[in-house]
Design a protein. Sequence first.
Length: 265
Amino acid sequence: MPIHRLGNALEKIRIPQPGAGLRLTAQANVCPTCKGAGWVRWDVPYGDPNFGRAFMCECLARESADRQLQDLRTRSNLDDLQHLTFERFDVGIAGVADALTAAREFVSDTRGWLILFGTFGAGKTHLAAAIAHELVKRGTPVLFQVVPMLLNEIRAAFNPASPVASHELIDAVTRVQVLILDDFGEENDTAWVREQLFLIFNYRYNHRLPTVITTNRPLDAIDPRICSRMFDRTLSRTVEMRAADYRHREINDRLPRGRARTKHR
C-alpha cells in the first residue's frame, strides 16, 4: 500500500508554496461584508469598548480554518488512505466488533495507547487510518506511518545529501500529538532498528503521548524494552482482531456485479 514519504510532507510544510497565505481578490470572490479586506469594524458609538477595533471577518475565519485543516491533512500522511474510514469499515465481519468499539472510543477520548493485533488482513490498517481521519476532522495533529517505510526514511536521512535531517524526522514522529504506527514488527530486526524504535516508543511512553500501534508480531518476538511499554496496563488498551478474511471481503465488495469473487480462506 503506497504511503507518501514523511520527508515529503515535512518539505511541503517547511517550504512555503507560491501564493500561500494570499487571499483571493477576484471580483467574484470578494466578500460583501469586508470587501476583501478580511477584517471589519463594528458600527458602535464612540466610547463603546469595541469602537475602533478590527475584528476578523467570517470569510477570513473560514479560510483560516480550511487552511489549518489542509495543513493537518498534509502532516497526517494519509493521502493514499482516503478510502479507509469508519463509514467504509465492514462491521458485518466476525471478530472486528471489539476493535471497532475501541477505535471509536480512542477518537472520543484520545488518551493512552491502543494496540491492535491480529493476523494479516484482519482490518487493523483500516481502523488505524479511520482513527487518523476522524482526529484530523476534529483538528487534532496526527501522523500515520508504516513502520518499515519510516525506518527506511530515517536511514536515508542520515545521508548528507538528504533534504531532511534525520533528527527532524525523528522529532516529527516522537513529538506529534497522536502517532499511528502501522505494521510494527514487519521491519528487519537489527540492532539499529531496535534502537530507533526504542527511542520513539520510550519518548512517547515517558510523555504519555497518545499512540496507536498495529502489529501481528508475537509478544516473545518484540524487544522486551518496547514490549514492556506497549503492554503497560496503566497506559495501553490491547484488542485482538480475529477477522482473517477482512481484506479479501473488502476487495470483493469493490468488484462490479458479475465478476468472479475471491474465495475466502
